[in-house]
Design a protein around this ligand. Structure first.
Ligand code: SAM
Ligand code: SF4
Length: 485
């Protein structure tokens, strides 16, 4: 499940299951004159963006390194989603300050959401930083670095109306060679009241479907067997020859648009042996067309990440999510009727949003119980400056209560994950092998269509192959079984 999506690397121990190490780009030795080191924080979009940055800088004379001591340029690709995420980056900068004393020519840049949110303020507050670049400014990095080489401190946080980096093939450096993320859109127009993303990543733009299908084909030819189509809200993917910006498509009343359901079908047609996943879906936007397309193609995985955030309609309204508890539950029924009980459904949940009462919190627990989520990312509400909630509502649920509610949400999710996994015992699952199990060298691991991790003795199989596994036991996080012929 670590591979799902998500806020990895920046969560409190109590917040969610995640990996702790910030994503690194490993070593590349093609004889370039300078070394680039990048740490990525936050959501999978940032990890994807770091691969685009590596591709842009490769052409400008850089190889990547996973050893910060070897680096000529250090970039932190940052996240602003919760206060803790920003604090993690600031602590890291203080550590890097010590390294810069040993290596004074090393340049330090901040990329991503925190760069976009704080702009020049970061140069004033963090004296060690030489360069600030927002998520739409990566093409400008070679030029910005040459200005830094001349002794300047530089900032580019321009947000673009149409940038999607469609023509840049990401350098796939930190990959298992089997699964890859493909970014299909950028930005978000939703304005959920708690969320900083619309301010840091700009307006919604969809990437040219031809370039997406070409990237999926290229990955398949290179041996990859799974692509995850990535966006903050994939269901509002809209593309036309004339416009790729959703707001402008609506303003210009363009009716001939290419939708997410159509894109999903085109990618699924690349090969029946290429699995297709996508994330994140928004409950108000996911269409029956998408569900029917999922049902038609065996290789579109039966898993939907459909963040509910809360189970109470008043809180959902305050969150500006655009749906009610009833609407969410109807969507779940539709998913179950079209895709069956085995379809994995996961969520994000926020504990202690502004003015949330005990009863409203219990609505979240009861919604979880009704849906039986396979997995959730779970967070304490963190007020973000500039968001609608920060402007309009008091952040009035005391931290101790938020923590206790989060604890209850986590306990409920653990119970549900185990309950859902127990149902898989005795069943045979088609599994794509992703590599060795962390458990032991005699075991392999992969995922089933519903995105559950499956571990089994390796026999003579290797990564990239599909196998059928009969599940014999489970924990809340993993299915364990044996290959059946
Ligand atoms: N676009 C996705 C969606 O709408 O579901 C999610 C994107 S956001 C990067 C990932 C998750 O972070 C959200 O679903 C939400 O649960 C959580 N999140 C966002 N802002 C937050 C905040 N201010 N405090 C706590 N959690 C937050
Ligand atoms: Fe944030 Fe809402 Fe957009 Fe997700 S849909 S990125 S939570 S504003």
């Amino acid at each position: 499940m670590e591979n799902l999506i998500g806020d990895i690397g920046v969560l409190e121990a109590t917040e969610a299951k995640s990996c702790d190490a910030p994503g690194l780009l490993p070593d590349q030795n093609t004889g370039k004159s300078r070394k680039l080191y990048i740490e990525s924080y936050g959501c999978q979009m940032n990890f994807s963006d770091s691969e685009i940055v590596a591709s842009i800088l490769q052409k400008a004379g850089f190889d990547t390194t996973s050893d910060i001591h070897q680096a000529d340029v250090v970039f932190l690709n940052t996240c602003s989603i919760r206060e803790k995420a920003e604090q993690t980056v600031r602590n890291r900068l203080h550590h890097i300050q010590g390294l810069k004393k040993q290596n004074p020519t090393m340049l330090v840049g901040l990329l991503g959401c925190m760069a976009e949110r704080l702009k020049t303020r970061l140069l004033e507050e963090e004296r060690i930083v030489d360069l600030i670049a927002g998520p739409d400014a990566y093409r400008d990095l070679p030029q910005l670095l040459s200005q830094v080489d001349e002794g300047n401190r530089v900032v580019n946080t321009f947000l673009s109306r149409e940038e999607t980096y469609a023509d840049i093939s990401p350098v796939r450096l930190n990959s298992n060679g089997v699964t890859a993320f493909v970014s299909i859109m950028r930005g978000c127009d939703n304005m959920c009241s708690f969320c900083v993303v619309p301010f840091t990543r700009g307006r919604e733009r969809s990437r040219d479907p031809h370039s997406i299908v070409a990237e999926a084909k290229d990955l398949f030819e290179k041996g990859y067997r799974e692509v995850t189509l990535l966006g903050q809200n994939v269901d509002s993917y809209r593309w036309s020859e004339e416009e790729n910006n959703k707001a402008w498509i609506e303003k210009k009343e363009i009716h001939q648009v290419f939708t997410f359901a159509q894109l999903l079908e085109r990618v699924a047609l690349v090969s029946p042996d290429l699995r297709v996943r996508f994330s994140t879906s928004h409950p108000k936007d996911i269409t029956d067309d998408v569900l029917h397309t999922m049902a038609r193609f065996e290789n579109i995985c039966k898993h939907i990440h459909l963040p509910a955030q809360s189970g109470n309609s008043r809180i959902l309204d305050r969150m500006n999510r655009g749906y009610t508890r009833g609407w969410y539950l109807e969507k779940i029924q539709k998913i179950r009727s079209l895709l069956g009980d085995a379809c994995g459904i996961s969520s994000d949940m926020i504990a202690g949003f502004c003015s949330e009462t005990e009863e409203e919190h219990r609505d979240t627990l009861s919604l979880m119980e009704l849906v039986e989520f396979d997995f959730s990312y779970m967070f304490i509400y963190s007020e973000r400056p500039g968001t609608l909630a920060a402007k309009k509502f008091a952040n009035d649920v005391p931290l101790t209560i938020k923590k206790r509610r989060l604890d209850e949400i986590i306990r409920k999710q653990n119970e549900l994950s185990l309950r859902r996994n127990v149902r898989d015992v005795g069943q045979v699952h088609k599994v794509l092998i992703e590599g060795d199990s962390k458990r032991s060298p005699e075991h392999l691991q992969g995922r089933n269509s519903a995105n559950k991790v499956v571990i089994f003795p390796r026999k003579n199989k290797s990564k990239g192959e599909y196998v059928c596994v009969r599940v014999e036991e489970c924990t809340g996080a993993t299915l364990l079984g044996k290959i059946v012929e």
